[in-house]
Design a protein around this ligand. Structure first.
Ligand code: ADP
Ligand code: MG
Ligand code: MG
Length: 250
């Protein structure tokens, strides 16, 4: 069974330690939620799993499907099936969204071109499924997209690329309830034995629509509590401060 194992991960940004020993295992088929207050290191963890070189791993390792990927580049990780939907997706004016997804699929396919017609057909179906404006496929990547369009576009990329591990960093932020339901529909459509996800979120709301198998709470750069979906509900009631007192014995 495939999995991501995060083993005592310490990460520094600009010389300052942000992640202070993260341990986490996500098995194939599981959806995990990662919650925690602002500035606690959730995006740092997301970027580090994807391999962003700005985040320096000072100790610990990442094992993906039995392979140590700690030193691999973003591209090498993507080729192995890791996908990151970013909290603030970048805009690329010159490249259309369809071209971007096609290029990413080709890269996944060891550089061999994925046939265009079936690709376009699948793209069209998925755009319809996610109730995205068809013109979005032709526009520059994320250029002039509203916040909600960007998030739905990330789910479009997710559904087209079919990664085995998706890191979704605040995919729910700034979404109205209709857009949130569509994003959730997309994530739920991905769920199967060969897919796993780490959903980073501040709010219980998303978890009403995508029910996670496991919930983790991160504070001060490490996981202070792990449980089932009830942990998120409990958190909504009590807030982070009580959890900090109960759980932070690091
Ligand atoms: P979260 O996603 O939980 O809100 P972040 O991982 O974004 O937290 O940030 C954790 C800490 O690391 C913050 O203090 C933030 O200022 C710092 N940090 C994160 N990324 C960078 C970066 N690229 N450059 C400088 N500081 C950063
Ligand atoms: Mg430690
Ligand atoms: Mg963040």
């Amino acid at each position: 069974m495939s999995s991501l194992i995060i083993d005592d991960l310490h990460v520094a940004v600009a010389g300052e330690e942000i992640l202070t020993g993260v341990n986490l295992q996500i098995n194939s088929g599981e959806v995990h939620a990662l919650m925690g207050p602002n500035g606690t290191g959730k995006s740092t963890l997301s970027e580090t799993i994807m391999g962003n070189p700005r985040y320096e791993i000072t100790a610990g390792k990442l094992i993906f499907n039995g392979e140590d990927i700690t030193q691999l580049t973003v591209d090498e990780r993507a080729q192995r099936g890791v996908f990151l939907a970013m909290q603030y997706p970048m805009e690329v004016a010159g490249i259309s969204n369809a071209d971007f997804i096609h290029a990413a699929l080709n890269a996944q396919n060891n550089g061999q071109a994925v046939p265009v017609l079936p690709f376009l057909q699948k793209l069209k179906q998925t755009i319809q499924f996610l109730e995205i404006d068809p013109q979005v496929a032709e526009r520059g990547l994320n250029a002039d997209f509203s916040g909600g369009e960007k998030k739905r576009n990330e789910i479009l990329q997710l559904m087209m690329l079919k990664p085995s591990l998706a890191i979704l960093d605040e995919i729910d932020s700034g979404l109205d309830i209709d857009a949130l339901k569509i994003v959730a529909k997309g994530i739920n459509a991905m769920r199967d034995d060969n897919f796993s996800a780490l959903m980073v979120t501040h709010y219980q709301r998303l978890l009403n629509y995508v029910v996670p198998d496991v919930v983790h709470i991160m504070m001060n750069g490490h996981i202070v509590a792990t449980g089932g979906p009830e942990l998120a509900t409990q958190l909504e009631a009590t807030g982070y401060s009580q959890l900090a007192e109960a759980g932070d014995n690091h």
